[in-house]
Design a protein around this ligand. Structure first.
Ligand code: MF3
Ligand code: CO
Ligand code: CO
Length: 269
């Protein structure tokens, strides 16, 4: 019998298809950058994402994505300040001092590319900057910990260690995920170590996301709001997130969603 895991390992041809999907998604994130400014509504960011994606013949994965309480109504997620994830673009105008995570996922020829960045709007508080820096650095520290066939736990270990330096909380309710011909598939990629992650390994050919959500206060996430999607910190303190889609290769991790214009490894916010 073919082990179940086999289907999660991509062929050379399939790896190229994922590279193409993720590279388009990264280009889209670079293109949307100028829209993320004071006074812009989160809806205007969504409109740009939607039109740019369609203009290039691709499909926004978020639009109509089925959740437990219905379909997601927009083409990207915009999570402002105390929103941990899955914020729905609306008429809110970004203000100096805000932090906003823009999370983009595109379907290109049937393959999914998924990534996000947190943007600082104008001058922000020391805490806003620190929580953003911590999320960014913890993502790269987790990637640096990856080796062919490593345990999934190395990811959570790296992220928890970095957050502890600041006394920040790591969200454990929402996790990274396998990705490919589906938006979310096995394995789960928790950002804190769990017994499951000490049993499972990341083999060459596997594609997955790492997307640490770091809270200035408690790592606890509140219940999903009445819109069916928005998730806030329980203590209403700030939350920041960065996400990459990664391919494990025989030589180690390959980040598929690198941008040309965004913050690169080592960036200081
Ligand atoms: N992009 C998110 C992730 O990183 C998922 C968003 S699902 C949506 O997995 F429906 F809210 F868009
Ligand atoms: Co994701
Ligand atoms: Co995402």
């Amino acid at each position: 019998m073919i082990p179940k895991q086999r289907s999660l390992q991509l062929s050379p041809h399939e790896r190229d298809a994922m590279r193409a999907a993720c590279q388009f998604n990264a280009r889209l994130l670079d293109a949307v950058r100028p829209c993320v400014v004071p006074g812009a509504t989160t809806e205007s960011i969504d409109r740009f994402v939607h039109e740019y994606t369609l203009d290039h013949g691709h499909t926004p994965a978020c639009l109509g994505y089925q959740g437990e309480r219905g379909p997601f109504p927009k083409s990207c997620c915009t999570s402002v300040n105390d929103v941990i994830c899955h914020g729905i673009p609306d008429s809110y105008e970004l203000q100096p001092g805000d932090i906003v995570n823009v999370d983009l996922t595109t379907i290109v020829n049937g393959w999914f590319g998924d990534q996000s960045e947190t943007f600082l709007i104008g001058e922000v508080s020391d805490t806003a900057r620190a929580v953003t820096q911590c999320s960014f650095d913890s993502l790269y520290l987790a990637i640096d910990a990856l080796t062919p066939d490593c345990k999934i736990a190395v990811i959570g270990e790296a992220i928890v260690k970095e957050a502890a330096k600041y006394g920040f909380g790591v969200v454990d309710k929402y996790v990274g995920h396998g990705i490919g011909r589906r938006f979310h598939q096995p394995p789960n990629i928790p950002h804190v170590p769990s017994s499951d992650t000490y049993r499972k390994r990341l083999s060459p050919g596997m594609c997955f996301t790492i997307e640490p959500m770091i809270n200035a206060g408690s790592g606890e996430a509140g219940n999903t709001e009445r819109d069916g999607w928005t998730v806030r910190t329980v203590d209403r303190q700030l939350s920041a997130q960065f996400e990459h889609t990664i391919l494990m290769t025989e030589d180690g991790p390959e980040i598929l969603t690198l941008t040309q214009l965004g913050p690169a490894k080592g960036h200081k916010f």
